[in-house]
Design a protein around this ligand. Sequence first.
Ligand code: KG4
Ligand code: ZN
Length: 340
Amino acid sequence: MSLYLGIESSCDETATAIYDADRGLLCHRIHSQIELHACYGGVVPELAARDHCLKIIPLIDDVIQAAQLPSIASLSGIAYTRGPGLIGALLVGATVARSLGFALQIPTLGIHHLEAHLMAVMLEAQRPEFPFLALLVSGGHTQLLRVDGLGHYQLLGETLDDAVGEAFDKVAKWMGLPYPGGRVIEQYAKQGNAARFTGRWAFPRPMTDRPGLDFSFSGLKTHTIQCYQTIEQEPTAIADIACAFQEAVMDTLYIKCKRALKQTGLSRLVIVGGVGANQQLRMRLTELMSICKEGQLFYPRSEFCTDNAAMVAYLGCMRMGRGERDDALAIKPLARWELS
Ligand code: KG4
Ligand code: ZN
């Protein structure tokens, strides 16, 4: 048996998982710090790191038990998120993983958080074959990538400023909604009327009127906030703004995905990252793939769109199975780390 422990601690979720090379994912746990940070309207890095320290060992014990391993010594390897992310938060996962690896005399491997998000779709029974186009939309990143295989990624376009999730969170904050804002905006948008905004207040679809696959969401965010300020006294203000903002984001992602599919000739599209949990996004891209020749859409279940350790354990299993390991004893998390 080849059993891998996965540890994720890059931001505000402490997560652990056990992945078996033969039987697949055995179990996973996620502790979210949302309540801890809620009153600050965003993640406080120092509090995040301290909370990871409190939760990480109990969560490791928990998955070892849930997977019915006789002991932690049954593990073949440990994968942990090395970066990118909050440095203090990353340091907790990296230190625990490397110390455990040293004590148990088993290999460890630092995993790239975005690569783990990309591969989260492989945890599903409905998984794509390579190559595919990936839309990675999270709180920190917005990218379009061509994926030809494990470790073979070509960046086709990315955001020049705010990530999609970040724009959702900032717009929500301005409207007095709780953090993280993505899911809350999605709920409000269901009752909203986007069509009321016309003329000067029509919501832009940024960078869709020029060629290329890059994105920009900070102008749309500012437009949304200014528009909200003009109508905030109205009872339907939040719902209407949420609806118009979400529609503008989804239209933009739709147009860029369509363009990328045409440019690459790919017929499989994968949505990953926290914003991938958005039902409206899934609906729009299902529409898009239905008009593409042999188009197929794939996405992980919602709990594997947002941060989790199942994706880290899976990728650890794949990479350590090929003989990859951390080399020196040093513990070196990376707050910034390009996927390429
Ligand atoms: O991937 P993730 O858990 O963390 C990062 O690596 O960034 O993504 C979190 C982001 C947050 O910005 C959150 O607001 C957004 O994903 N998000 C959503 C939804 N669920 C989470 N955005 C839109 N609609 C959702 N349903
Ligand atoms: Zn993430």
